[in-house]
Design a binder for this molecule. Sequence first.
Ligand SMILES: Nc1ncnc2c1ncn2[C@@H]1O[C@H](COP(=O)(O)OP(=O)(O)OP(=O)(O)O)[C@@H](O)[C@H]1O
Length: 255
Amino acid sequence: MTFPSVRTGAPPAVAPPAVELQSVAKRYGSGETAVRALDGVSIAFPPGTWTAVMGPSGSGKSTLLHCAAGLDRVTEGRVVLAGRDITHASERVLTDLRRRALGFVFQNFNLVGALTAEQNVALPPRLAGVRVGRQQVRAALEDVGLGDRGRHRPRELSGGQQQRVAIARAMVTRPAVLFADEPTGALDSRSARTVLGLMRRMVDGAGQCVVMVTHDPVAAAAADAVVFLRDGRLVDRLAGASAREVADRLATLEG
Ligand SMILES: Nc1ncnc2c1ncn2[C@@H]1O[C@H](COP(=O)(O)OP(=O)(O)OP(=O)(O)O)[C@@H](O)[C@H]1O
């Protein structure tokens, strides 16, 4: 006796986006001085993908990141984050969601100077009321090659090491989405390569979604795709492009 395959005829499973912006507009101010920082942006960031956001200065990159992460409210449209419509969510819900589902990495690392590397990594889960054991914290630091620096404070670490602590901090709770704002902006090229390699591991190894704002074509080329903003609108997308191709595209937008 044969049984029909359960796969027969089944449509392929499509994972819902980790973050989605639907027709998002963001206006700052009002009247004559109003600035339309985002103007009808629709984009989905699937799990297990890494997208770089580029564009000329003032094109809306940071605004896009802030709206996607629920750090800033949209004026029009919808934002769906980790399966939840956050467009009108309360501050309390947003804070909770950020702590549980999101990681952040910034150009200037944003570590707490008075805390050790281990304490910095353990801080976000503690704030979210999520238990992470010492072992987990140490494993996160080992993962970024800093197993022997757990007791060091940020001032005792190089810039590249501080950014690796920030990545360990962003990874320890396995957030659905990592938002990175110029993560390699303050690093030498060797440290930048290390940080980009760690982000690649998060995406390929743990299926996390990375959304990264950058001015650096080399960093952007390490992502799966690069989207380009101009005057608050998405104007182009490149997948699998070289740093040279990314730089050329950016130059035409800036020209
Ligand atoms: N809080 C604010 N109040 C008023 N205008 C703002 C505010 N934040 C951003 N803007 C304006 O919105 C537009 C987009 O700014 P945004 O910071 O998103 O650009 P960006 O692409 O990240 O720029 P950069 O590469 O220079 O950091 C700019 O014209 C900026 O002046």
